[in-house]
Design a protein. Structure first.
Length: 162
């Protein structure tokens, strides 16, 4: 169920998924923050994904996670970007600081929301080895097929002075 505080119950075609006003400069992907197309208010979505697939692009800063995600968006995937999740959590909490649990909870909510709009999702995010189990739990609890890819930056150390 999708509910707008002003307009009441909505259909999925009555909301905007991404919020460009929260987007960082020089970044192509926008944070996910569903809003009502009629009044612009943030909406609440009560739905849990049950199926579909998620491709997880993991890696360090500068490894190309967002670039790969953007290519997959061009092939019909819906994207969740870790940096955008941080922007959304900061917006929702009104705080600059955030807890890891807030990020993982937001990613789970974004998976649920995006699954209303398609079966294929890409998550570009830095995931530490010790946190991998939590992500797998989220995917499996939603009956999702998942695949992880680890990217590393292509650094030519001969270009840097010693």
């Amino acid at each position: 169920m999708i509910t707008c505080p002003n307009c009441g119950e909505l259909q999925k075609n009555s909301i905007n998924i991404y919020n460009d006003s929260l987007r960082r400069q020089n970044f192509d992907m926008s944070p996910i923050l569903p809003t009502c197309k009629m009044c612009g208010a943030e909406v609440s979505v009560e739905y849990q994904c049950n199926g579909g697939s998620i491709v997880v692009i993991n890696g360090t800063s500068g490894s190309g996670k967002s670039t790969v995600a953007e290519v997959l968006v061009g092939k019909g995937f819906h994207a969740i970007d870790g940096d955008c999740v941080i922007q959304t959590v900061r917006h929702k909490t009104g705080k600059k600081q955030y807890e890891w649990g807030e990020l993982i909870d937001e990613i789970a909510c974004e998976i649920d929301l995006l699954s209303l709009f398609g079966e294929n999702i890409v998550l570009s995010h830095v995931i530490l080895p010790e946190d991998l189990v939590k992500y797998i739990e989220i995917f499996e609890s939603r009956n999702m097929q998942y695949k992880f890819f680890l990217l590393k930056p292509d650094i030519n150390f001969s270009l840097y002075p010693r």
